[in-house]
Design a protein around this ligand. Structure first.
Ligand SMILES: [Cu+2]
Length: 117
């Protein structure tokens, strides 16, 4: 009697472990599938590099300021960084397709575009 109870509780525990392993594998697969892409735009010598970039929906773009003076990355109605000092960065995740033109609000001749498809 005691033996059969013990065996049954072992079975339950082993099933629980198997379910946990299966769930972990599913989570990993899901995570890999949904793995977000990331890419950088350098700000150097008053220029966005690359000035034009094509990314997939869901991509996070990070702007990094390599200049000795501040820049502010702005896409009207879409996103706006704080003033980026030297080596500061700003990230934005694009969740919808479209052409996102942007510029530096401190130096409006600095322009760029992220094409999201
Ligand atoms: Cu600027």
């Amino acid at each position: 009697m005691m033996m059969s109870v013990t065996l049954r509780s072992l079975d339950v525990r082993s099933l629980g472990i198997r379910l946990a392993v299966a769930a972990a594998i599913l989570l990993q697969l899901g995570g890999a599938h949904a793995h977000a892409e990331e890419t950088n735009v350098m700000i150097d010598n008053f220029t966005f590099e690359p000035a034009q970039l094509t990314v997939k929906v869901g991509t996070t773009v990070t702007w990094k300021n390599r200049d000795d003076i501040p820049h502010i990355v702005v896409s009207a109605g879409k996103f706006r960084s704080k003033a980026l000092d030297t080596d500061d960065s700003y990230s934005f995740t694009f969740t919808a397709a479209g052409d996102y033109k942007y510029f530096c609000s401190l130096h409006p001749h600095m322009t760029g575009m992220i094409k999201v498809e």
